[in-house]
Ligand binder design. Structure first.
Ligand code: PBG
Length: 330
């Protein structure tokens, strides 16, 4: 048999594979989501996220130091708000002494080089479990944007590096940019969850924060009027370009693994860094299969992350940040 070229030549040995490898992961590719609760000495495993914990702030500082020491350079904290602090308009979200604001201050104080991207959405603070304010049975966009702007300013005041709106309201990036310019926070960046889908893969996260939409009459039971329809691809480009035009420094596609086509398309049309969020349900699937011996957990973790980067992610928010970094460090 005569073949003009044999493609297997480039796969013959590990050294050859290394010199032609197109994508290489490093710990700086990862951003670690962290869950924070009130109290001291609290560390609780999240049942639907085996191996992942909610921490009180004192223990979280240790955890973030460890993340930094393995090479992770960014975290995205999420707080679990006490039920008696929840209301419809999310008042607790801009409390200068709220758990998120204290988390930002303490982490920046203890590990100043660790980048913090704070979640901006009302769901942890909403009695209804929605990212926005409910008026006459629907989510009121503009009133929500006003509340989110107050929330962003309070995160900026606490010292955050980037605010990360995950709410999918229209016009919030422009509102934050304007507020930052007007209030001398022009060093604070915006990482916008630009193409965020109404996905069932967020289930374990909502368990972790007790933030699932409630089942009440006259209250929407899901987030489909603001998060995107999983059926749509062109719309992701529109959403992303809108956020960049409004002033977003970085954009995100979320979830990751079932949306790699979206990630690639977004990567191809924008010039800003693109993040992808390997969400709680993706983590849970890999962990569950690994626990059952159905998949090799470590290899599934590394392959999933590599493929998310190959698809176009500059930064990957992942619950595997620490474990994967340890493996990469050898
Ligand atoms: C809040 C928010 C959610 C996630 C990140 N920020 C949940 C949601 O939109 O319902 C999900 C993250 C994950 O599943 O890992 N707006």
């Amino acid at each position: 048999m005569f073949l003009h070229r044999r493609n297997r030549t480039l796969r013959r040995t590990e050294s050859i594979r290394q010199i032609v490898r197109e994508t290489v992961l490093t710990p700086a590719d990862f951003m670690a989501p962290v869950f924070v609760v009130e109290g001291k000495g609290e560390k609780h495993e999240i049942p639907s996220m085996p191996g992942y914990y909610r921490y009180s702030l004192d223990l979280l500082v240790q955890e973030v130091k460890e993340l930094y020491s393995v090479g992770v350079r960014a975290i995205n904290p999420y707080v679990k708000c006490d039920d008696d602090l929840k209301d419809n308009i999310g008042t607790e979200a801009w409390n200068p002494n709220g758990l998120m604001q204290r988390t930002i201050k303490e982490i920046k104080n203890a590990i100043p080089q660790m980048i913090i991207m704070s979640d901006v959405a009302l769901d942890p603070y909403s009695i209804y479990g929605h990212d926005g304010i409910i008026k006459d049975g629907h989510i009121d966009n503009d009133q929500t944007v006003d509340a989110l702007t107050k929330m962003s300013l309070s995160h900026a005041e606490a010292g955050v590096d980037f605010v990360a709106p995950s709410d999918m309201m229209d016009g919030r990036v422009a509102a934050f940019r304007k507020a930052f310019e007007e209030n001398n926070y022009n060093h604070v960046g915006i990482m916008s969850y630009a193409a965020k889908y109404a996905s069932c893969f967020y289930g374990p996260f909502r368990d972790a924060l007790d933030s699932a939409p409630v089942d009440l009459q006259n209250i929407p039971k899901d987030k489909k009027t603001y998060q995107m329809d999983p059926a749509n691809r062109r719309e992701a480009i529109k959403e992303t370009l809108d956020d960049i035009e409004e002033g977003a420094d970085m954009v995100m596609v979320k979830p990751a693994m079932a949306y790699l086509d979206i990630l690639r398309e977004v990567r191809n049309v924008v010039d800003v860094p693109v993040c992808a969020y390997q969400v709680s349900g993706e983590y849970a699937m890999i962990q569950a299969a690994a626990q059952n011996g159905w998949l090799d957990g470590e290899r599934s973790m590394m392959e999933s992350l590599l493929c998310i980067k190959r698809a176009g992610a500059d930064l990957i928010s992942t619950y595997f940040a620490k474990e994967a970094s340890k493996i990469l460090n050898g």
